[in-house]
Design a protein around this ligand. Structure first.
Ligand code: ARG
Length: 271
């Protein structure tokens, strides 16, 4: 065997050893990476979400580790699994998510995102995967005082920056808005008397009212044009959009989404 023959033989051996290591590693890491592929490298699907939103997406200690959980996250895991991809989660401010999508820093957004004409213009939106109503959260003592939408006129209102709730609040005559990055910050404002009421998604309101003392949901019902949630992908990424819709159809037909919502709500309420 000549010099080149020996060299390539050596390289082949080394490659074989490396490949062997690789597959062992993969086996050990399947739980963490969800990737059982050996040989070909798995794709990574990057999810952008604002994990301040129980039971949709929130932080929870799981086995001593700060983990992002919630029913949106379960859906994301299914989409990644159906694609044979590894899921990576980026926790970002809600009002930055669609920009991150357009610039390609994340592949999809699942974040309790409501469809609006402006968003449909800017990014690709999936079919609706879940529906919920809006709610008004106040300090317990004010529950009856703010029982109608009319009663919110002229008061101090807390909402999340860049959300449809911010638009709802802007439509309330004389309302003074405090727009903040995280729902938990809005709840703090409410507790410390800096706002009178907050508008948020019904399931999120329920979760905070259960976990935080002294808050209540009133009978006021903010109206929105579309009360469903969608998944965002980069504009014209029809391949991913088709995959997302396929997984949503599967999950719906298997009754999985309701299951995920129930489990995530329970998790959000547990200590
Ligand atoms: N549904 C509202 C919207 O799309 C609020 C969503 C906020 N989501 C979150 N993860 N904080 O504007």
């Amino acid at each position: 065997m000549n010099k080149w023959g020996k060299l390539s033989m050596g390289l082949l051996l080394a490659a074989g050893l490396l490949a062997g290591c690789g597959s062992n590693n993969n086996e050990n890491n399947t739980a963490a990476s969800g990737n059982t592929n050996t040989g070909t490298e798995a794709k990574t699907l990057i999810l952008g979400t604002s994990a301040d939103f129980p039971p949709y997406e929130f932080h929870k200690m799981v086995d001593g580790q700060d983990t992002i959980v919630g029913f949106d996250i379960e859906i994301a895991k299914d989409i990644a699994a159906d694609m044979g991809a590894k899921l990576e989660i980026k926790d970002l401010p809600f009002d930055s998510l669609l920009n991150e999508l357009s610039s390609g820093r994340v592949d999809m957004v699942i974040s309790g995102l409501s469809p609006t004409p402006e968003r449909a213009e800017a990014v690709g939106l999936s079919d609706i995967y879940y529906k919920a109503e809006q709610a008004v959260v106040v300090r317990e003592a004010d529950k009856d005082k703010f029982a109608t939408m009319d009663s919110l006129k002229g008061i101090k209102l807390g909402v999340q920056t860049g959300s449809i709730q911010e638009d709802i609040a802007k439509g309330i005559e004389g309302a003074q808005l405090t727009s903040l990055g995280k729902i938990s910050e809005i709840v703090l404002q409410l507790q410390s008397n800096r706002v009178e009421a907050a508008i948020m998604e019904g399931p999120v309101a329920k979760s905070f009212v259960k976990n935080v003392k002294g808050l209540a949901i009133t009978d006021a019902k903010p109206e929105v044009e579309d009360d469903g949630y969608v998944i965002g992908v980069k504009k014209d990424n029809t391949e991913l959009l088709d995959q997302v819709n396929k997984t949503l159809t599967r999950l719906n037909s298997e009754g999985k989404i309701d299951e995920y919502v129930a489990a995530a709500s329970e998790l959000a309420e547990s200590k």
